[in-house]
Design a protein around this ligand. Structure first.
Ligand code: 5AD
Ligand code: SF4
Length: 461
């Protein structure tokens, strides 16, 4: 009999996108056989992982200031705590982390977290061999893009994600938008095989998941090996996933307009489990800027895709990402973005000021936009998007919508669910409804949530 490993406490801090949330969970899975159990705080933990995001703003500076705080907690454990920096900042700025924060034990990029047990063992040995001394020089750094598929090396998750779960099916990006670090931090596009995805989805459902969101930096670029050796696209994968019993809801994020192929659009018509909500970033409504961004589609292409999607699924709600102030953006370009927003009408949107990322083409481009102009444009765009978001939520009032109950509410006797359009929905109901989908009449719309009353209990068992 193998002795059970010592129980150790692992705290993971996650910044950034849903992919990072998924990765953090998988890192915890990989470390569980070594005896690491989740800890609520970093204080006194045996290991802390800072899973970082590099997409915008002063990512590296934020990491260094958080590391300063963690350094003090590490010293309080007599330097026993293993401190790891993971994710996209680790990938992009590994050398700087080593130079500026030598007390960090492990620096690992997003493609290497399946090797964590080996890294932890090496970090522990380095620490032990210099007991009492600083660990500088014993740092383990893994930021290459290994050829082996990390997914082949990951155990099944023993940790239920809950009623709504994420499943990464694709990683990396070959599109090289002018402003974006992802192709550099996450590497080339890579699709997991269909059989592995179907297996993981069944496993999630067995653990209680009733809604699965398929994740990828370019999720609709997924082209995976099918069980019969042929190649499937995302439309086909969604049809197969929809056949899994007790899985009434599917979503996918994030998509690129260029990869919205006919079969995927048809899946929005044919697959009822596919929720009528799609995040489809457009970034800008100006053809000049779209070209400068290397998006390889026009504003009219985007509108055509949206029209086709709405023909396939008339209740489809759309969400998007926008960047204002990309180098070269004039007032007229910005107005074109505002026009596109008015034409499409979004249920939800994320908008950002362009932030130069080191090593990306746009960072060195001439005609950088003044900060004051970016601020003004962002405010105008966000006011319009907020108005559309509020109008969409208001339009749900009076409708009876299927709601999947995900957890208890703030007050006793309340539960929270999720509408088909991703709104949190608050209502009175028993906790034993959690995991079920029921019809709810929507009574009130708040800026970021809805409230309603139960009409019919349990659409699914
Ligand atoms: N500046 C501002 N926003 C950015 N995004 C990506 N890179 C940048 C950048 N350099 C936004 C895009 C993308 C979202 C995830 O983040 O809108 O779709
Ligand atoms: Fe970045 Fe563009 Fe790739 Fe999206 S498609 S991850 S914005 S390079």
């Amino acid at each position: 009999m193998t002795p059970s490993p010592d129980r150790k406490r692992l705290h993971v801090i996650t910044w950034g996108c849903q992919m990072n949330v998924y990765d953090s969970g998988r890192m915890a899975d990989v470390l569980a056989p070594l005896g690491y159990a989740p800890a609520e705080t970093a204080d006194g933990a045996d290991m802390v992982i800072l899973n970082t995001c590099h997409i915008r703003d002063k990512a590296a500076e934020k990491v260094f200031s958080e590391l300063g705080r963690l350094r003090r907690l590490k010293e309080a454990t007599g330097n026993r705590m293993i401190l790891a920096v993971a994710g996209c900042v680790a990938q992009a700025e590994g050398a700087e982390i080593l130079a500026r924060a030598p007390y960090v034990d492990i620096v690992l990029g997003p493609q290497t977290y399946h090797r964590l047990p080996e890294m932890v063992a090496r970090a522990s040995r380095a620490g032990a061999s210099r007991a009492g001394a600083s660990r500088a020089g014993g740092v383990v750094i893994e930021t290459d893009f290994p050829v082996e598929d990390k997914f082949d090396h990951l155990p099944d998750s023993a940790r239920p994600q809950g009623v709504t779960a994420f499943l990464t099916i694709q990683e990396g990006c070959d599109k090289f938008c002018s402003f974006c670090v992802v192709p550099y931090t996450r590497g080339a596009e890579q699709s997991r095989p269909a059989a592995a995805i179907l297996r993981e989805a069944r496993h999630l459902v067995a653990q209680g998941a009733r809604e699965i969101t398929l994740l990828g930096q370019n999720v609709n670029a997924w082209h995976g090996e099918a069980p019969d050796g042929s190649s499937w696209g995302l439309g086909r994968l969604l049809r197969e996933l929809a056949d899994i019993p007790d899985l009434p809801r599917l979503r996918y994020a994030t998509s690129h307009p260029r990869d919205m192929d006919d079969d995927l659009i048809a899946a929005h018509r044919d697959v009822p489990a596919l929720m009528p909500f799609l995040h489809l970033p457009v970034q800008s409504g100006s053809d000049r800027i779209l070209e400068a961004m290397n998006r390889k589609h026009s504003a009219a292409d985007y509108r055509r895709i949206v029209d086709r999607l709405r023909d396939a699924r008339p209740d489809l709600a759309l969400s998007s990402d926008f960047i204002v102030g990309h180098p070269g953006e004039t007032e007229a370009d910005f107005e074109a973005t505002m026009t596109l927003v008015r034409q499409v009408d979004f249920a939800l949107a994320y908008s950002f000021k362009y932030s130069p990322r080191p090593g990306t083409p746009a960072a060195g481009a001439p005609l950088q936009v003044r900060e004051a102009d970016k601020d003004r444009r962002l405010q105008a765009l966000q006011a319009l998007l907020r108005e559309q978001q509020a109008r969409f939520a208001q339009a749900c009032v009076g409708l009876t919508l299927p709601v999947l109950f995900t957890g208890p509410g703030r007050h006793s006797g309340q539960i929270v669910g999720r509408s088909p359009f991703l709104h949190p929905v608050h209502l009175s109901g028993h906790a034993d409804l959690i995991g079920n989908e029921s019809m709810v009449r929507i009574v009130t719309a708040h800026p970021n949530s809805l409230a309603g009353t139960l009409v019919q209990e349990r659409l699914i068992a």
